[in-house]
Design a protein. Structure first.
Length: 376
């Protein structure tokens, strides 16, 4: 029986490698500050599970030059003040070589007030945000396409479907406003404009007014840009009002949570994804992840988009550390990551370099089928 498996069965969630007392001098510490509680807890925990599985796998094969990888996880509840507090504590107490899987542009930008990343030289790999505002920070190594890339992919699909009357419903947060600007600009290039653009207050699940406006507009397609709780409420409202429009969403919506919350009402929703499909598992990296999930005896349902993303991010950090040489620190890791030019991680291409922090522009669309399965 694997130690990781015993912990997961006992604890029921993926915060496996956060035992500060067990860290040894030769361990390489990586931190994650993310929402393990609050409205985005499910995807936060799944991402963490994928990262834990990757590190466990690497450690079982000898680690990085004989050094073990340790993941220290802290719950910020998707609150920026908690993000800053936990990052400050990790830096002061545990000297991590990197952070992974931070959530949200506003949370990451909150670190700027104390210049925690700038003064420490701490790299962050795999931010869970496609905001263009973050792409200018050299401390952030992105393994997600931008929201602009996602929007362009969705609009290209709508073009092939002949849909020109489009409603855009967005959560009134930085990522939502950015996506709306991208949609507006992209439509203008096609001599089009959205039939409706309407904001839903951040984290507000009282969506009747926005749903009423949308139904009254009778669009051919609806693009929803919101985090899972708000997006699910909007989609539920549209479905209950029998709106026949196609519904698309950015990757800020978690497909598995949508299905769990809406059941049959989720059928037909198309969602942008930043990693290969973990269910079809045609990409070698997804196949390797599914195999590892099975070996560890973890519920196959946990092999989803969020956990596969965590697995990919952790594998990229490990490859950067391998390239960094003996006893790698933060500066050496940055150089190791920058050497990953067009690195094929089993069907997922990573392309970093000096001054190049957008490591992936992968976008595909998944569709929730009437049978409750995700198709692509």
């Amino acid at each position: 029986m694997y130690p990781l498996n015993r912990f997961l069965r006992a604890a029921g969630l993926a915060l496996a490698l956060c035992w500060a007392s067990s860290i040894q001098a030769k361990d390489i510490v990586v931190g994650q500050v993310a929402p393990f509680g609050g409205p985005l807890a499910v995807s936060g925990r799944d991402f963490n599970l994928g990262a834990v599985i990757a590190f466990d796998e690497i450690n079982a094969a000898g680690g990085i030059g004989g050094q073990r990888l340790r993941l220290l996880s802290r719950d910020d509840g998707y609150r920026s003040s908690e993000t800053v507090r936990h990052v400050d504590d990790l830096l002061g107490q545990h000297n991590p070589v990197a952070l992974i899987g931070m959530w949200g542009a506003e949370n990451v930008q909150a670190l700027g007030a104390k210049q925690l990343l700038e003064t420490s030289g701490l790299p962050v790999v795999g931010v869970r945000s496609g905001a263009l505002a973050l792409r200018r920070n050299p401390a952030l190594f992105h393994l997600r396409a931008s929201y602009r890339d996602e929007v362009l992919r969705i609009l290209e699909q709508l073009k092939t479907m002949g849909s020109t009357r489009i409603a855009v419903l967005y959560e009134d947060a930085d990522f939502g406003r950015e996506a709306v600007a991208d949609v507006t600009a992209a439509l203008a290039l096609r001599d089009l404009k959205a039939a409706l653009v309407v904001a839903q207050a951040k984290n507000d699940l009282k969506v009747d007014a926005v749903v009423d406006q949308t139904v009254a507009t009778q669009p051919q397609a609806v693009l929803v840009v919101a985090n899972t709780p708000v997006a699910a409420a909007l989609i539920k409202g549209l479905r209950e009002r029998k709106l026949s429009a196609f519904v698309f969403a950015t990757s800020t919506l978690d497909a598995e949570q949508l299905m769990a919350q809406l059941g049959p009402l989720a059928a037909g929703v198309a969602i942008a994804q930043a990693v290969p499909n973990p269910y079809k598992a045609t990409a070698p990296i997804a196949m390797a992840f599914q195999k590892r999930i099975k070996v560890l005896g973890i519920d196959a349902a946990r092999a989803n988009f969020a956990s596969l993303e965590g697995y990919i991010v952790a594998r990229v950090v490990a490859e950067g550390l391998r390239r960094a040489g003996r006893d790698p620190g933060r500066r050496e890791l940055v150089r190791g990551l920058e050497s990953m030019r067009r690195y094929d991680l089993g069907g997922f291409l990573v392309d970093f370099g000096p001054g190049q922090r957008e490591g992936s522009r992968y976008v595909d669309l998944s569709l929730v089928g009437v049978d409750g399965r995700i198709r692509q």
